[in-house]
Design a binder for this molecule. Structure first.
Ligand SMILES: NC(=O)C1=CN([C@@H]2O[C@H](COP(=O)(O)OP(=O)(O)OC[C@H]3O[C@@H](n4cnc5c(N)ncnc54)[C@H](OP(=O)(O)O)[C@@H]3O)[C@@H](O)[C@H]2O)C=CC1
Ligand SMILES: O=C(CO)COP(=O)(O)O
Ligand SMILES: [Zn+2]
Length: 353
């Protein structure tokens, strides 16, 4: 009997999500509960090794055969290097202790090696904590690669609170960007017939609305703020998993940020750049861009080139090249992008330059 198989969309989600205080010791319990193998590889960055990476490594060493690796940036070279360490060590599973870059490297290496990974975020600056896609720099530009979500997320509020406040504000930028990302997705659905999930879009918008409503609470930078932001970021990751791509959380404002990463001598944080990008893209979409700017101001996130520490000229350039970064991702920038005049006008009207 022949059967017509339509589109099969496999949605994977974390099996455990822990959010609380002093969770380093919980790593062993989670690994035991999930029945992960004996050999664990701990990934951290030069800074996050000291913040929590070494502690996680030490705790695991009591019961597991552990190796640690310092990762320097989310590049394909680093993913390849980690893969060869996994091969030599025979790692059964990975744990990423760090910001978005470390988690993305673990995510892709884990997918390629066919072993699970645990996400142990040290910042609430990005919504890749629980997502299934990795943003990796390859051949000079950021690509969004399908990978796997973490098998578990262990978010220790005390560790995340060690990060300077600007990281939390960046997390707000990454969530408010969902407003324009979803608009771009709807546009691509209407104009290009792209797959669109109303459920994923609604979930993603929920995080954006949450930060608009709770900006003043988040501004306090206390444990309640961290919990709110982490929950919102995790739910953006789930929205991306449901969508099967980063579409619900990444549109033209992200292309603008990726362009800045390529041309700015000293880029700002991912979430800070996409927050500023959201102001401009909201203006282009005819949305209430003032409300986006107001929310970012209330949480103390950058709203202009000066606060990003980036030359206005580079902001204009990034706006004019953003559409070339992922031509397959249709956005408000269209296939031809913005002219220099249009870019300058949009940036000036919104007070970004
Ligand atoms: N896959 C996805 O769905 C998503 C991916 N992303 C990606 O995530 C990245 C952005 O993540 P983000 O976290 O902003 O930046 P990074 O991971 O690049 O981290 C920035 C810096 O912060 C440091 N750091 C981490 N934790 C702490 C802490 N507690 N205290 C002090 N410093 C700390 C890092 O240390 P160290 O040097 O030790 O690493 C690093 O130097 C981008 O590459 C972006 O593309 C963003 C959103 C979604
Ligand atoms: O940053 C993301 C969502 O916030 C996803 O990243 P991409 O723009 O690389 O798809
Ligand atoms: Zn992002």
């Amino acid at each position: 009997m022949s059967r017509v198989v339509r589109e099969v969309h496999l949605m994977q989600l974390p099996r455990e999500v822990l959010l609380g205080e002093n969770l380093v010791g919980e790593v062993v319990n989670v690994a035991n509960r999930l029945g992960l193998g004996r050999k664990a590889l701990v990934l951290y960055g030069p800074r996050t090794k000291k913040i929590a990476g070494k502690d996680v490594e030490d705790v695991l060493r009591e019961e597991y055969e552990v190796e640690g690796v310092t990762v320097k940036g989310a590049t394909m070279e680093e993913v390849e290097r980690v893969l060869s360490i996994i091969g030599d060590h025979g790692s059964d599973w990975l744990i990423a202790v760090g910001g978005g870059s470390i988690i993305d490297v673990a995510k892709l290496a884990s997918f390629k090696a066919g072993v699970p990974f645990i996400s142990f975020p040290t910042t609430a600056s990005h919504d890749g904590i629980a997502s299934a896609n990795a943003s990796i720099k390859d051949l000079g530009s950021k690509t969004s690669v399908k990978a796997v979500p973490p098998i578990a997320v262990i978010a220790d509020v005390k560790v995340i609170k060690t990060a300077p406040y600007r990281y939390l504000a960046a997390g707000v930028g990454d969530m408010i960007s969902n407003l324009t990302a979803v608009r771009d997705w709807q546009l691509a659905h209407r104009i290009k017939g792209e797959y669109y999930s109303e459920y994923a879009a609604s979930l993603s918008l929920m995080s954006a609305k949450m930060v608009i409503k709770n900006a003043d609470i988040i501004r306090l930078g206390n444990e309640e703020s961290v919990r709110k932001v982490v929950k919102g970021l995790i739910s953006c990751g789930v929205a991306m998993s449901i969508a099967g791509s980063s579409r619900p959380a990444s549109g033209a404002e992200h292309l603008f940020s990726h362009a800045l990463d390529m041309i700015a001598p000293k880029p700002a944080l991912h979430g800070e750049q996409v927050g500023v990008g959201t102001i401009i893209m909201a203006y282009l979409h005819g949305l209430k861009w003032e409300r986006v700017r107001e929310t970012l101001k209330r949480v103390g996130a950058p709203t202009n080139a000066y606060e990003l520490g980036i030359e206005p000229e580079l902001v204009i350039e990034a706006l004019t090249i953003a559409h070339t970064i992922r031509p397959e991702r249709y956005t408000i920038l269209g296939k031809d992008g913005l002219t220099r005049e249009a870019a300058e006008k949009a940036a000036k009207i919104t007070g970004v330059i």
